[in-house]
Design a protein around this ligand. Structure first.
Ligand code: SAH
Ligand code: SF4
Ligand code: F3S
Length: 442
């Protein structure tokens, strides 16, 4: 049987889909392009309305394939599955499995059962008390040089706008020994860079499911794994970013000089109503400490505009913060009511025209900062971990693509020998494009 996985949402979902695919291959199924697959897995996101609606349109589209493939069925996983539950298969009869983040570990077995029992539907929507450890699945001898490792599940923060705690459940840390063992296994199979994943990695180990090892200690243990040359992590909540984690940026050469640190707003009044538990001054102190520990650190962020009650002055404070911090890049979103979250009851709601206008102004600023940061790299020499061929190689143009330590995408010319994928190549940066750098291997 052939399967195809479609993934929406954050890197947690990308990591989850990676494991699920490997696990299905280990069970004897074959990955295939969409037009050849009999089994579809749709791993979903409900953080805003748009990705949720996208899921419904995909499920509608897949129903058309079923006209030619009578055995076709769909498994819907992730946050929309958790949110909507078995109502999904009432609306889309081809859906025969729904699973949430905690049900993922059991999803491969469920899919195998569905193949042999055509009348069956399965729901895996219960939250567990501890991190549901997944069975190791290594169908292939080698893995790509960049790997994701999930270190926790869920979130306890209940930021007023956010659906994640409702659809991912309470925070549950994975045992540190299991995390380190997975990193060793990945390194032995060729991984050189590891990104540790969780909704709030800075509070790793602080829940009942943890084993007392803090996030800073975990960083040291993973950095010590032989073969791991680069370490990253996401996402961080500023309120939990400890001095020990900041110090790790100075102490661990493998820890890359880039950090995604969601600000959400630059206004103290808005941050308070969002329930973020830090103010602008504290955020700026963190930035100062990070830059002291690692002067070349590149910061990126998430920002919500038009949170209920946001005034033009609040928004200006966000713009000022973005300038002061000098973020290299940022994801920015218009506030979106999500079912069940506290902010749906907050007033006044900001009209969509005002949200759109603020978003546009913010995005111009973020674009300018991004352009300036990339331009500042021209003339430098850097190490690129090669991901593969450039997307559109042209004769005489750069033909390989990878990332440098600051997580910037680099396309570069390389005369050989051979295919450098998965290795480090020293590159001189010659040019800055809109979203990437171009250079030449030394
Ligand atoms: N755990 C991560 C982020 C999870 S969601 C963290 O705490 O940083 C990713 C981003 O989506 C958030 O940082 C926020 O900027 C945005 N987001 C979440 N809920 C939203 C909503 N209701 N409307 C608009 N943006 C939202
Ligand atoms: Fe959502 Fe806040 Fe948790 Fe991030 S920390 S997932 S924004 S509730
Ligand atoms: Fe989306 Fe769920 Fe991640 S809501 S952002 S896929 S945790």
């Amino acid at each position: 049987m052939k399967f195809h996985v479609i993934t929406f949402g954050c890197q947690m979902n990308v990591g989850d889909s990676d494991w699920l695919s490997r696990s299905l291959v280990a069970q004897g199924l074959t990955p295939a392009p969409e037009n050849e697959a009999d089994i579809f897995v749709v791993n979903t996101c409900s953080v805003r309305e748009k990705p949720e609606l996208k899921v419904y349109s995909i499920l509608g589209r897949l129903a058309e394939y079923a006209l030619e493939k009578p055995d076709l069925f769909i498994a819907v996983g992730g946050c929309v599955a958790q949110q909507i539950g078995t109502k999904l298969w009432q609306r889309f009869p081809l859906v025969r499995l729904v699973f949430g983040a905690d049900g993922l570990a059991a999803a491969p077995q469920a899919i195998l059962r569905l193949i042999t029992e055509p009348g069956l539907r399965i729901s895996l929507l219960d939250f567990t008390d501890t991190y549901p450890e997944r069975q190791a699945a290594w169908p292939e001898e080698t893995v790509p040089a960049q790997a994701f490792v999930t270190i926790m599940q869920g979130c306890d923060n209940f930021c007023a706008y956010c659906i994640v705690p409702f659809v991912r459940g309470r925070q549950k840390s994975r045992q540190s020994a299991d995390v380190v063992a997975e990193c060793r296994e990945l390194a032995a199979r060729g991984a050189r860079e590891i990104t540790l994943l969780g909704q709030n990695v800075n509070s790793y180990g602080l829940d009942a499911s943890g084993d007392g090892v803090s996030f800073a200690t975990l960083l040291h243990r993973v950095a010590a794994v032989e073969g791991i040359a680069r370490l990253r992590f996401t996402t961080s909540h500023p309120k939990d970013l400890s001095p020990e984690v900041i110090a790790a940026f100075a102490e661990l050469p493998a820890l890359c000089p880039s950090l995604h640190l969601p600000l959400q707003s630059g206004s103290d009044a808005v941050l308070r109503r969002m329930g973020r538990k830090y103010d602008a001054a504290r955020y700026l102190r963190l930035v100062e400490d990070l830059k002291k520990a690692r002067p070349d650190i590149s910061l990126s962020t998430d920002i919500i505009v038009g949170f209920p009650g946001e005034t033009e002055e609040d928004f200006q404070q966000t713009m000022d913060m973005v300038r002061t911090v000098g973020f290299e890049s940022g994801f920015s979103f218009m506030y979106n009511d999500r079912p069940g979250v506290a902010a749906t009851r907050f007033a006044p709601k900001i009209p969509v025209e005002i949200k759109a206008e603020r978003l546009a102004r913010l995005q111009v600023l973020l674009d300018d900062l991004h352009t300036a940061a990339l331009a500042a790299r021209v003339g430098t020499r850097t190490e690129v971990l090669v991901e593969g061929a450039s997307r559109k190689p042209k004769p005489g143009r750069p033909s390989w693509r990878g990332r440098e330590p600051g997580n910037r995408v680099v396309d570069f010319e390389y005369a050989g020998p051979g295919d450098p994928t998965g290795t480090f190549v020293t590159v001189d940066i010659l040019e800055a494009k809109k979203h990437s750098l171009r250079g030449k291997a030394v």
